[in-house]
Write a protein that binds this ligand. Structure first.
Ligand code: TXA
Ligand code: MG
Length: 343
């Protein structure tokens, strides 16, 4: 039945083999989305360098907010290009990679991974899956793959290709089918970005196994999954230090402007067109008013304008539909200075 529905919606499910993996790799290189098997659960993959492709992940999942995503790589050497690997990470990778362990590490300065992947955070989650099809896909695509679980926001993580099809409809360009997921449970997520290692999501690799490798008892602090979480245990979100002013219709003295769409009718309070402002004070999320482009630019541009010499960042109105809902969610948090709260 699921297959019938899937076909009626025009969705493509293909058994994973050399040809379909090559086709999927091409889709990824072209900015599309692929439902991919991993040993834990099925993931919804995009090229992690391509912000607009990553934006499509959030759109497809119907996530009302931007959560940081896991970047899938082949091995520790590939991860080491993207994040700062320390002795703990090396020891854990040595023991559990490839496999169901995700490590959160500091982003390497100058990495080209889209800021949207880590939702503006200075850290990045990396994992080397052990499923042969995932490995073949990463190799064929030639890029690291950003992928959350391939379900709509708030639903269970998919452990079969039919789950992916049922959950994501036609929002995915191709689903690679490789039977039921071996583990059936998401990867263990461990935060190694500070001196104290903390498990943020329990998974197939247990705290005892991790503690044994690290030689210290590792804390478990859950609350980062898609599931409703206990208050107090929330993911820290990126927020600029500079105040954010929403729905701006003009730009004040000393303010920076984060535009969206045409600036034709935007003026400066002191006179003059906003479009003539100095480059250091002006960014446009998308001149064409394209929400994918805006999402891809959001965190990078906020950071570029987040400077002490600006009294505030004035942000033009963004339509509260589709990806605009997640963009506005993040802007509202930035405006209210709220750091906590996760979806
Ligand atoms: O098994 C898995 O991990 C699957 C397969 C597809 O690899 N992926 C998965 O991704 O479950 P997702 O996006 O559904 O869950 C990733 C979790 C989220 O709870 C997210 O908040 C957390 O990891 N996470 C990712 N990057 C983070 C970061 N920089 N800091 C804190 N938490 C992060
Ligand atoms: Mg998930």
């Amino acid at each position: 039945m699921g297959v019938m529905v899937a076909l009626l919606r025009g969705m493509v499910i293909k058994t994973a083999n050399k040809d379909s993996i090559e086709e999927a790799a091409q889709i990824l290189r072209d900015g599309g989305l692929v439902g991919m098997p991993t040993e834990t659960v099925y993931g919804l993959a995009a090229n992690a360098f391509d912000g607009q492709a990553v934006a499509r992940i959030f759109e497809a999942k119907g996530r009302p907010s931007f959560n940081p995503l896991i970047v899938h790589v082949l091995d520790l050497a590939a991860a080491g290009v993207l994040v700062e690997v320390d002795d703990r990470a090396e020891a854990l990778a040595d023991r559990f990679w490839p496999g169901p362990l995700t490590m959160i590490l500091p982003r390497k300065a100058g990495t080209d991974i889209s800021e949207l992947v880590s939702a503006g955070l200075p850290t990045l989650a990396v994992r080397a899956p052990r499923h042969k099809v995932t490995q073949a896909l990463i190799r064929a695509a030639g890029v690291p793959l950003a992928a959350p679980s391939a379900n709509r926001s708030g639903s269970l993580s998919p452990t079969s290709p039919i789950h992916v099809a049922d959950s994501l409809g036609e929002n995915v360009d191709l689903i690679l089918a490789a039977g039921p997921s071996e583990v059936g449970l998401e990867s263990t997520v461990i935060d190694l970005s500070s001196n104290v290692a903390v498990i943020l999501r329990p998974g197939a690799v247990t705290p005892e196994e991790i503690s044994a490798v690290l030689g210290v008892e590792v804390l478990v602090e859950t609350g980062v999954s898609d599931a409703p979480k206990s208050p107090g245990l929330v993911l820290k979100h990126y927020a600029p230090d500079t105040p954010v002013r929403l729905n701006a219709v003009d730009v004040g003295d000393g303010e920076a402007l984060l535009g969206f769409g045409s600036l034709k009718f935007m003026g400066q309070k002191s006179g003059g067109a906003a479009a003539d402002m100095d480059e250091s004070r002006l960014r446009n999320l998308s001149e064409d008013g394209d929400l994918h482009e805006a999402a891809a630019h959001l965190f990078a541009m906020l950071k570029e304008l987040d400077r002490p010499e600006h009294s505030a960042i004035a942000v033009m109105a963004i339509p509260d539909e589709g990806l605009g809902i997640a963009i506005n969610d993040r802007l509202m948090r930035a405006a209210s200075g709220s750091q906590g709260q996760d979806d």
